[in-house]
Write a new protein. Structure first.
Length: 570
């Protein structure tokens, strides 16, 4: 059994009595013997005892105690019930895209288990979720809740420029509910001006600094759409704010992640876009990135195709193409490359926004930083990027990740926005395999924990929610687990060589592949890939040993040459 499973086992034992008290009325049948677990086709079936706790579905094998299933109820997306005589089966479809089948003897037991799972996997209260009950059995060497400090990050910015300042205008979350308490803004813009700009931007999301490019001093900002409306409302304070980021004689680019038609339609609802007459120093570019409901439907079609291996290759490829998932990947990467190009190659500042500024906007700003900033390609740098551009920037994880690809209802607010971002990062990682300190495992881990986790990092929809819920005091941060030495070893890329250059990914169709590590990992065995990876690591380590021996021999030769002149080279 792995250290992770041991930790889960002990933590579960510690909290199970409390869970039983909290969820006793929802657990109709806590234990059933003789349950058969059917897993992916490349794994054997397991027979054992099925147990339900307040937060876990656990199956322990009679034959081998190492064969266990530990499944968080919060990871269950949907279930189906089937009956043949007295034998009942439950098909469990998970948010991490796993599909498992449980054969349960006895119709009543099967119905009770199914009813309990449905209730426990759809708890309304966030405070009843597992992160509030989880007690880590690993030593917390570093508190992940303090990993990202806006003031600490700003010290790095201060060493490069004095044109920006930190504002605590939103310290009580009154100006913008989805912003953090501290944001970076132009030094010459006071807080009163920020308050006025907030009334002109969707959700109060006034333009704030996202990234400073130290190579040329250009910046990338993000915001919500302007509330210009049908009458072309104007806000001189907003114009002053974004113009304050421009160098004399320079122009800027406003990248709107909506089509022109969608942006025009938004005006009828009170939203809109920046008028060229009011923003003459800025050129607006519309780039079409689909909204959340379209992305959710695309994910559903993609996973359906990946789980259906009965068709011919041509039919399967056709279904993959029809999902349009790779099209979304291309659109987002193309827009991120455009933003990076404006900053690095054209020497222009950039403002990115869509409608709310919490979805496609964050995909673009964070991916542009992956392209431009070598620090964001390190493990800690990527953690900071996720904190700054997603968690602190107000991406609504709680609603976007409430259901995954198997949700039976029509998508409401659910959408794989963060998963699409991770997919785009994986595409760049695959094209530049030596430029990232982390490997694919890190991206898969973030995908899993954004949908279901024992950690509190991805709970809530914004910083205000996390403060209100008391997450730093009541839950453990995912980064506390990630930044342990043994976990870092699993997540580190053995091919990594620090690359200080800007990297430009290709968005050609042949360059963008299906992310098999997520979408096919439960339908195809990764044994061959794992063995190849282990062999590669072995070769790298052996090469290091040989290089060390060469260096040692060279030092010995140099020492001998200094001691004996006859050995010196002519």
């Amino acid at each position: 059994m792995s250290d992770r499973q041991n930790g889960q086992r002990v933590s579960l034992i510690v909290s199970v009595s409390r869970e039983n008290m909290e969820f006793a009325e929802l657990i109709k049948t806590p234990r059933v013997d003789g349950v058969v677990l059917h897993r992916p086709p490349f794994l054997p079936t397991v027979e054992g005892t099925l147990c339900l706790t307040g937060h876990h579905l656990i199956l322990s094998s009679r034959q081998d105690n190492t064969e266990e299933l530990w499944l968080l109820h919060s990871n269950i997306d949907a279930i189906e019930k089937r009956f043949v005589g007295s034998l009942g089966s439950i098909i469990v479809k998970c948010k991490d895209l796993r599909v498992i089948k449980l054969d349960i003897p006895g119709m009543d037991e099967c119905l009770n288990i199914a009813s309990s799972i449905e209730a426990l996997s759809t708890l309304d209260s966030v405070t009843l979720m597992y992160p509030f009950f989880y007690r880590p059995m690993f030593e917390v060497i570093e508190d992940g809740w303090t990993t990202f400090h806006p003031k600490g990050a700003f010290k790095d910015l201060e060493s490069m420029t004095d044109e920006w300042r930190l504002s605590d205008v939103n310290k009580d979350f009154n100006i913008c509910p989805s912003y953090p308490p501290v944001v970076a803004v132009p030094k010459d813009i006071d807080d009163d001006t920020l308050k006025k700009v907030a009334t002109f931007r969707h959700g109060g999301r006034f333009p704030v600094l996202s990234y400073y490019h130290k190579k040329n001093g250009m910046v990338m900002m993000r915001a919500g759409q302007p509330l210009s409306g049908t009458n072309g409302r104007r806000c001189k304070e907003d114009e002053k704010l974004i113009n304050a980021t421009l160098r004399p004689g320079k122009r800027g680019y406003i990248i709107d992640t909506r089509t022109i038609n969608v942006a025009q339609q938004a005006k009828a609802k009170g939203g809109g876009f920046e008028s060229e007459a009011n923003y003459p120093q800025w050129r607006r570019i519309n780039k079409a990135i689909e909204r959340s409901n379209v992305l959710q439907e695309s994910l559903i079609k993609l996973v359906e195709a990946c789980n259906d291996q009965s068709h011919s290759m041509d039919r399967w490829l056709s279904k993959l193409e029809a999902s349009n998932w790779q099209t979304h990947v291309k659109e987002i990467l193309t827009t991120a490359c455009l933003a990076a190009q404006c900053i690095d190659r054209e020497g222009a500042s950039v403002l990115v926004h869509g409608t709310e500024g919490t979805d496609s906007t964050l995909q673009v700003t964070s991916l542009a930083q992956i392209i431009l900033d070598p620090a964001s390609r390190t493990i800690r740098g990527f953690q900071n990027l996720v904190e700054k551009e997603w968690l602190q920037a107000g991406h609504p994880f709680q609603v976007r990740c409430s259901q995954s690809a198997f949700c039976s209802t029509k998508p409401r607010q659910e959408a794989p926005v963060f998963l699409l971002f991770l997919d785009c990062v994986w595409q760049i990682l695959r094209q530049f395999p030596c430029s990232f300190e982390f490997n694919e495992n890190f991206l898969v881990l973030l995908f899993e924990h954004s949908y279901a986790s024992q950690f509190g990092t991805f709970l809530g929809n914004c910083a205000a929610d996390r403060v209100k819920l008391g997450l730093p005091e009541k839950t453990v941060s995912l980064w506390s687990w990630v930044n342990r030495q043994q976990e870092l070893e699993r997540l580190t890329n053995p091919l990594y060589e620090a690359n200080t250059l800007v990297i430009w990914p290709s968005v050609a169709p042949q360059s963008l592949l299906l992310w098999e590590g997520v979408f096919l990992r439960w339908t195809r065995s990764s044994k061959c890939l794992d063995e190849a990876f282990e062999e590669m690591v072995h070769i790298i380590e052996y090469n290091k040993e040989l290089q060390n021996k060469v260096n040692s021999l060279r030092r010995q030769l140099a020492q001998l040459e200094t001691e004996d002149p006859l050995l010196q080279s002519p």
